[in-house]
Design a protein around this ligand. Structure first.
Ligand code: FE
Length: 178
């Protein structure tokens, strides 16, 4: 299957698990406000949102939900963590299609990188990830979805303004559209 149903991420569709996670609870402690929800919590410091994604939550849908909640339409994402399943896409420029592959195993996220933009008024995440397993070998690709096994720590660096996207017939992808 090339794309599952739900959110649009890097040309593929993703499940919308985070939207079923219930309402935010704002908790204020001595260090400021923390937004908590089943599956994740985050805290804003300046332009950066520090996100803790909890066991069993799906990372991409959580990040999209936080961006929508905070009207973030341009920014950078970096992260790490531990996962128990991941689906990567590989874009073939000749066929202009993604081929997806799912890995169900305990892995470390050795690098999660990406950006936030907007397409047709909706939040658009483009994420790539490397992950390594018990053999310390790394696999990676275009991130479709990933489920946390222990915890994941991700920073969204939001900037003012917006970055758009437009589908390119020539390339077969939604390119940055300035
Ligand atoms: Fe990609």
């Amino acid at each position: 299957m090339l794309c599952a149903l739900g959110l649009t991420v890097g040309g593929c569709e993703l499940p919308t698990a985070a939207s079923d996670m219930g309402a935010f609870v704002e908790v204020n402690n001595d260090n400021g406000a923390v937004m908590k929800k089943d599956g994740y919590q985050y805290k804003q410091l300046g332009s950066k949102y520090f996100v803790r994604v909890d066991k069993d939550a799906e990372i991409v849908s959580v990040l999209k939900e936080i961006c929508k909640e905070n009207n973030i339409s341009a920014g950078e994402i970096t992260g790490l963590g531990a996962i128990k399943s991941v689906t990567f896409g590989f874009f073939n420029p000749k066929t202009k299609e993604y081929k997806e592959k799912t890995f169900n195993d305990y892995m470390e996220i050795t690098s999660l990188v990406g950006n936030v933009s907007e397409k047709d008024g909706d939040t658009y995440l483009h994420l790539h990830m490397n992950a390594s397993g018990k053999d310390y070998k790394t696999i990676g690709g275009h991130l479709v979805n990933a489920v946390v096994s222990a915890t994941s720590e991700i920073v969204i660096d939001a900037v003012d303004g917006n970055i758009g996207r437009k589908f390119s017939e020539e390339i077969g992808l939604n390119l940055f559209d300035f």
